[in-house]
Design a protein around this ligand. Structure first.
Ligand code: DX5
Ligand code: ZN
Length: 226
């Protein structure tokens, strides 16, 4: 079995019951905890900051996949390393010296990811792809949960996979925004290795079962397709 990873986005969790929701992810078939940091500058919204990440990290038993939607992310690299981030992803559009930023993330002991806004061409990563552990394709404009999936993301996932292959990079392809059980299989077929889902999981009646449904939908070798 070669299943894709599922990373529930805690942005859609119930913050009044954050520990409960983090523990639900721990107990579920999910693979990572996806943590969205928004600064109200790079994106129009502000999500949550360090005390909340600390709380998540104290209860989480799976890798922390931190997605920074902030300007000048270099300021916080060491802080996120101390908070226990496994993956630290910065936006291509927010980094003037992306190579330096990626090296700093790796030197701090984390895996480095780069996220691309919907309008940003995947091939702009050509000269950094061998250094990356993760390419995050934004399939909505970053800033809010619950938005509709942008259809040209499939092509970007295919482009990212191709670029990774051509350069013998080990980077995973992650898709974030508007992911549901309906588009999950097509995303995996296009080349996605990790699916982030917020509203679809946490706004469902039974989030743990929804995670299971996503996991089944993303089974790369599903017998239903043979
Ligand atoms: C959006 C965030 C996403 C968000 C996804 O800017 O990066 O991680 O939580 O939410 P859904 O799955 O509801 O589109
Ligand atoms: Zn995200």
């Amino acid at each position: 079995m070669n299943k894709a990873k599922i990373a529930p986005s805690l942005l859609a969790a119930d913050f009044g019951n954050l520990q409960r929701d983090v523990e639900m992810v721990n107990q579920s078939q999910a693979d990572w905890h996806h943590i969205d940091i928004m600064d109200g500058v790079f994106v129009p919204n502000i999500s949550y900051g360090m005390p909340v990440v600390k709380t998540i990290s104290e209860h989480a038993t799976k890798p922390l996949d931190v997605h920074l939607m902030i300007v000048d992310p270099d300021r916080y690299i060491n802080t996120f390393a101390e908070l226990g981030a496994t993956y630290l992803t910065v936006h291509y559009e927010a980094c003037t010296h992306l190579h330096r930023t990626v090296q700093a993330i790796k030197n701090a002991g984390m895996k480095a990811g780069v996220a691309l806004n919907p309008h940003t061409n995947v091939n702009l990563l050509k000269n950094i792809i061998s250094d990356l552990d993760l390419v995050l394709i934004m399939s909505v404009n970053p800033g809010f949960g619950g938005q509709s999936f942008i259809e040209n993301s499939y092509e970007k996932i295919r482009d990212a996979k191709e670029l990774i292959k051509m350069n013998e990079s080990k980077a995973l392809v992650e898709v974030d925004g508007g992911v549901t059980a309906k588009n999950a299989k097509a995303l995996i077929k296009a080349g996605a290795d990790v699916l982030v889902a917020g509203s679809f999981i946490f706004k469902s009646e039974d989030p743990s079962t929804t995670i299971k449904e996503l996991k089944i939908a993303t089974d790369k070798w599903s017998i239903f397709e043979l």
